[in-house]
Design a protein around this ligand. Structure first.
Ligand code: ADP
Ligand code: MG
Length: 277
């Protein structure tokens, strides 16, 4: 039903792939609830274009919820509600006139568990990124796009001779890079990554980190990670979320990653980044 709704949406209001480059995403006083359980309390954060922003903090403090709010996935959960605004280069993605598909296309998402379509070919997995958003491309256009996206995801050399093999035949790390390629097919302006390496081995993790470093000139990246070394390695800006004693999640501290790790202002940040809780 969702796919149909998305297609209808796009046909009514066709949009060309713009490729306008990375945008700055800003959350303003975002609060979130599941039923009457409040899980985020007035969270504000700027995630600058051409930077990687890391969201860190203990489990259950609302990082995934915050990420879903950033591309309007939160509202698909029946019991969920929210307050506040999310601005993409100043435009409110929740404006009544704006369609959910618009936000979804501009702001892609990669999840913890790689989720390519396992029976679909590597080639078709990338093209599926377009189909999901009802974007048409000619045959040649598609070949170029598939190569471009797989290259950007750091996977092209490994798969160029077996594009017709099923996505499910790839290793976990390759599947995650395939998912990144699929997200890139619509030329999103922001890419949200929810613990993208948690299910991967150290070598695959390194490859994803290299890909992130290369991608950030083209797409704003927001990454949730439990790995402090990873946050320190890949991010420019960092935000520390905390939900203490059943209170809703808040950002305790945010700013330049080096400063957060080397001279945290809040004792709780210091404890967390140094592995003390
Ligand atoms: P994190 O990603 O930081 O671990 P989450 O955003 O997943 O945190 O969860 C924040 C809070 O919201 C938790 O208390 C969690 O139990 C609750 N929560 C998350 N998803 C749902 C949901 N679909 N329905 C109800 N509660 C949820
Ligand atoms: Mg989470």
């Amino acid at each position: 039903a969702t796919a149909d709704a998305d297609l209808t949406d796009t046909i009514v209001q066709p949009r060309v792939v713009t490729g306008r480059g990375p945008a700055t995403l800003r959350a303003e006083a975002v609060s979130a609830w599941f039923g009457d359980h409040k899980v985020l309390d007035r969270v504000s954060l700027t995630m600058p274009a051409r930077q990687v922003t890391a969201l860190i903090g203990p489990s259950g403090c609302g990082k995934s919820t915050f990420l879903r709010i950033l591309n309007r996935m939160h509202e698909l959960i029946g019991s969920a509600s929210l307050a506040g605004r999310v601005l993409l280069d100043g435009d409110d993605i929740y404006d009544c006139g704006r369609r959910i598909t618009h936000a979804r296309r501009e702001i892609g998402m990669v999840f913890q568990k790689p989720n390519p379509f396992p029976a679909m070919s590597i080639y078709d997995n990338v093209v599926a990124g377009l189909k999901l958003n009802a974007i048409k491309a000619g045959r040649d256009g598609k070949d170029d796009l598939v190569e471009e996206c797989l290259t950007k995801a750091g996977l092209w050399k490994e798969v160029k001779d077996r594009l017709r093999q099923p996505g499910g035949a790839l290793s976990g790390g390759q599947q995650q890079r395939l998912c990144i390629a699929r997200s890139l097919a619509v030329r999103p302006r922001v890419l949200l990554m929810d613990e993208p390496c948690s299910a991967l081995d150290p070598t695959s993790t390194r490859r994803i980190e290299e890909t992130i470093a290369e991608l950030k000139s083209e797409v704003t990246i927001v990454i949730v990670t439990h790995n402090m070394q990873q946050a320190a390695r890949v991010s420019d800006t960092c935000a520390f979320f905390l939900a203490s004693h059943g209170t809703p999640g808040v950002i305790v501290e945010h700013g330049d990653t080096d400063a957060m790790f080397n001279s945290p202002q809040d004792e709780r940040t210091s404890d967390y980044v140094n592995g003390r809780f």
